[in-house]
Design a protein around this ligand. Sequence first.
Ligand code: TXA
Ligand code: MG
Length: 325
Amino acid sequence: MPAILPYSDASIDLAAAQLRLGSVVAFATETVYGLGADTFNPEAIAKIYALKRRPQGNPLIAHVVDLSAAKRVSSGWSRRSMKLISACWPGPLTIILPRRPEVPAIAAGGLETIAVRSPRHPLARSLLYACGGAISAPSANRSGGVSPTTAKHVARDYADQSDLMVLDGGPCILGIESTVIDLCESKPVVRRLGAVTIERLSELLGPIEVDMPVEQGASPGSSIRHYAPTREAIIVDHGQLGEILDQSTARGSVAAVVCFATSEVAPPHIRFDMPSDADGYAATIYDALRRADESGCDRIVIERPPHQYGLWSAIHDRLRRATTP
Ligand code: TXA
Ligand code: MG
């Protein structure tokens, strides 16, 4: 099992030293836990791909403490990008800009662009201050799996990695990944829905195009099946839930039901109650999917949340990918 270290000056110093030596360290951010390595060390970055079993062409986000650190990895900072970061940094907004040639290509999956984000979580910020540069970090799940929102989730995913250090910053407050916006085109394009809503981005920049390519597109990580539990998972409307569960009962199949308090779920099915507000739902959905996956059920049945606006759009995106066969 990896070592889980509570957040302290000593653990931050230790982790920063590990990063400087070229090791990979897992750490908390306000969105999900990340698996980090020094952006400027190509061998260290290669270890992230190997650990995560991530395809080499899927680029990573460089985490930075502030704008001046961001400018050491990316160029093309315009008024548009300044406006975005003044409003959203530190926080869950990732910006794609041209990559500086000093940044090893592997840190961006070989692309000429690089994604940058300044996280808000105090632990992530302390780590960035302590190591002074940039930390490239994907979500700390195995490729395609459910993102981790606690240190224990990470430790479980990498149970075979006793050398891995996990910096425990508590459960992630937001619980859903950052929004990824591409500023390399003439118009801003959202490549991944996330914790900063489209409504908020439109207030700042005007109308926003959303283009989330499936499989190998501009955001190679946005494959349609993603964020997925290991068991079969389906999504159903509130009105269909009773019938689906009756059918399961008749077949002797046990469902783990991720649902709202208003839904009826009778044994042998197991219920996982979700908050009805978007913030609460986002903060707990990955933990619920993981617990459902480990419940011994035959399949996971998710009740489709009724709302479509704001943060719910990103939640629907994740649920759709988690339930794609
Ligand atoms: O909230 C988050 O963003 C978390 C925490 C740890 O910061 N990180 C995260 O990283 O979700 P990851 O690697 O799991 O997802 C990053 C997404 C992927 O879909 C990737 O393809 C896309 O961003 N991406 C990264 N760099 C890109 C680039 N240069 N061009 C297009 N897409 C890029
Ligand atoms: Mg990810």
